[in-house]
Ligand binder design. Structure first.
Ligand code: ZN
Length: 96
């Protein structure tokens, strides 16, 4: 029984190391995916300036036909735009 416990602890140590390696790899893959997305954005995005904050943005049309503005680093512009609330409010008043 004791021997079995030691054995499973050994296995656990190996798997913790394995997990850390997996995590590092996942982070690296995520960074690479983000870098690829930024390259893709520059290729397919339509360069424009935000009407609210006047920062450079890239319009990307998604598969559902909706165009969304992105920052050059791949972040959705609504997440970083200081005037994002103003846009949402504008949209709501337009609908009403
Ligand atoms: Zn903006």
């Amino acid at each position: 029984m004791e021997q079995q416990l030691e054995q499973s602890l050994d296995e656990l140590n190996v798997s913790i190391e394995h997990c850390v390696n997996q995590l590092r790899r996942a982070r690296q893959e995520r960074d690479e995916a983000l870098a690829r997305m930024v390259v893709l954005l520059k290729q397919i995005g339509a360069a424009d300036h935000c009407n609210g904050c006047n920062r450079p943005i890239l319009w990307v049309r998604h598969r559902n036909g909706v165009a969304a503005p992105y920052d050059s680093d791949g972040t959705p512009h609504f997440a970083t735009c200081p005037k994002a609330d103003q846009f949402r409010r504008k949209k709501e008043t337009k609908r009403a």
